[in-house]
Write a protein that binds this ligand. Structure first.
Ligand SMILES: [Zn+2]
Length: 392
């Protein structure tokens, strides 16, 4: 049987150690990762900025998700250099190729006046509320903080906007903007689950804000009770990270596409018609845009809005929820988003089909310099003749 000293000596003989100065140099190398293996209460009192925090006890189960590149240079540290020696040995056993343990640990680092800060953390209430997110290594505290920092704009507080807003608020997206200029009508309640009977006649944005704030007080709901037009689209979109398109007409979709391309904002597009729905993601200049997908609006008689066409209840809930999920993945930077793919859902068949979508090299909007994109308005009949609007 080995004593602790023998175990430590054995671990240290198999790993590489660096002093604090060497670690400070190493962390500036491209792709380098500082891994802090202390307990959460130690970490919360101060840490090396940008460090990945995985307590020693969960290292084996979490590290491959948090540091997927096994060739990345990793500097491991704890408080004094003992736990990090064992952690470095574990990392080598897991196949990490460039691992060093920092001697002296964070205590020496801090005593020497090197760069450190108090990490942002979740409140006790937030840890409780988002516990099921925190259990996922792909989300964790950092992912939840990213969601809380995210600013997402919803076009429409209707069929698609309702489920999207509810799930984004529940997931802790910190800022949710909503553009809608309608009032709640009782014919909306068949599918627009943000609203209810007591809100009939109320502004939709106000009704949405009440529902979302009651669900999650962490969320700042910003209301835009206006018609989105060429005169205001740039101002309204500026500052948002992602837009959820729940619009029900073509003029707004073209306007949104052009402004989002100009501003470099990703749009999560959704649409529904009768029993079918579609979702895709338009990432500016990194996949097709809405005009690559649909260069010209269809004739008005073939493109009835939701006000004229029927739509099965629940269907917008499914499509809007997929849009919300795409937003969350984009914010977290996980998984494969729907950029370049159209996901088509048929509720009668209960089938999902995915179609490849290609970028059009001749696209009038995404093939030109964003500065050259003219924000113009389409007329109410969806006629493919842009009506130039004043741009302030
Ligand atoms: Zn395009």
């Amino acid at each position: 049987m080995s004593s602790f000293r023998e175990l430590l000596a054995a671990a240290k003989s198999e790993i590489r150690e660096v002093d604090t100065a060497g670690a400070d140099e190493a962390r500036k190398r491209p792709g380098a990762v500082v891994l802090d293996v202390r307990e959460p209460d130690e970490y919360e009192q101060g840490a090396i900025p940008g460090a990945v925090h995985i307590p020693r006890g969960t290292l084996e189960s979490s590290v491959e998700n948090r540091i997927p590149d096994k060739a990345a240079p990793v500097v491991v540290h704890c408080a004094s250099g003992v736990r990090s020696a064992f952690a470095a040995k574990t990392l080598s056993d897991l196949g990490y190729q460039d691992v060093a343990s920092m001697t002296g640990g964070f205590n020496k680092w801090k005593d020497e006046g090197r760069d450190w800060s108090t990490p942002r953390k979740l409140t006790a209430d937030q840890r409780n509320r988002y516990q099921r997110h925190l259990l996922l290594p792909e989300v964790g505290v950092d992912g939840q903080l990213a969601l809380l920092d995210a600013k997402v704009l919803l076009l429409g507080a209707g069929g698609l906007g309702s489920p999207a807003a509810l799930y984004l608020a529940a997931a802790g997206v910190g800022t949710i903007g909503i553009v809608d200029m309608d009032v709640v009508d009782d014919s909306n309640l068949q599918r627009q689950i943000l609203h209810n009977v007591d809100r009939i006649g109320e502004r939709k944005v106000d009704s949405a804000k009440k529902t979302l704030t009651a669900l999650n007080p962490d969320v700042d709901v910003v209301t835009h009770d206006v018609r989105l037009g060429a005169d205001n689209v740039m101002d309204i979109l500026s500052g948002y990270d992602v837009v959820v398109d729940g619009a029900d007409n073509f003029p707004v979709r073209y306007l949104l596409n052009d402004a989002a391309l100009k501003l470099g904002i990703t749009v999560v597009h959704g649409s529904i018609f009768r029993f079918e729905g579609q979702v895709t993601v338009f990432k500016p200049h990194d996949g097709p845009c809405y005009r690559c997908f649909l260069p010209e609006p269809p004739p008005a008689e073939l493109a009835p809005s939701c006000a004229e066409a029927g739509v099965l209840g629940v269907l917008p809930g499914i499509v809007g929820s997929i849009q919300a999920l795409e937003v969350i993945k984009l914010v977290l930077g996980i998984g494969d988003d729907l950029s370049g793919r159209l996901l088509a859902y048929d509720s009668l068949e209960q089938s999902f089909r995915s179609y490849k979508m290609r970028r059009d090299p001749q696209c009038p909007t995404c093939s030109i310099d964003p500065d050259q994109i003219v924000i113009a308005e389409y007329d109410e009949f969806c006629a493919p003749h842009p009506v130039q609007a004043p741009v302030g």
